[in-house]
Design a protein around this ligand. Structure first.
Ligand code: CTP
Ligand code: ZN
Length: 153
């Protein structure tokens, strides 16, 4: 995209999550725990034209790098996303997301009797299947609307 077409300003330092599947930007924000109340500086583009995807969403966050757990869950809802690390206005690192074998934290198990949903401090863990995820502890499978199982969603 050329500068004349730029819709959301460039950022100085932080992370640009580009090529997000159209419609998934708000779910990406939820995965990152961003709800606007903590003062984070965030720009969001939704359904912007993309040569590669037709339409894409884009999220730019100042002063933030993502954890591996966050990137892993993000890959489930935005498999084509590119994570760009920006320092002093330059992209210094660019990584495609890859589908991991397991994801930890962030998603919660829908089974009320699962050890991870009790009060015990057991971090959630899911094995990634071709068409969903399966709780490592109770084996409950989540196939649809993974986004609705994001903690605090
Ligand atoms: N970007 C930004 N602020 C910067 C630098 C880049 O917001 N200081 C954004 C760009 O607008 C773009 C993304 O980060 O959406 C990646 O930047 P760049 O690698 O320069 O763009 P492309 O070459 O188009 O990326 P790709 O090849 O991954 O499509
Ligand atoms: Zn479970």
């Amino acid at each position: 995209m050329t500068d004349t077409e730029l819709r959301v300003s460039k950022i100085e330092n932080g992370t640009v999550i580009d090529h997000i599947t159209g419609g998934q930007a708000l779910n990406v924000l939820t995965i990152l725990g961003i709800d606007g109340t903590s003062g984070e500086e965030v720009s969001v583009g939704m359904n912007v034209p993309s040569e590669r995807l037709g339409r894409k969403d884009i999220v730019k966050i100042e002063e933030r790098e993502l954890s591996q757990n966050e990137v892993d869950v993000l890959s489930l809802i935005a498999p084509n996303a590119t994570i760009n690390i920006v320092r002093a206005f330059e992209v210094v690192e660019k990584n495609d997301v890859t589908r991991p074998e397991t994801v930890r934290g962030i998603l919660s198990c829908p089974n009320a009797n699962c050890i991870t949903t009790k009060n015990e401090p057991v971090e959630s863990r899911f094995d990634v299947l071709d068409d969903g995820v399966r709780c490592t502890y109770c084996e409950m499978i989540v196939r649809e609307s993974i986004a609705s199982h994001i903690n605090s969603a």
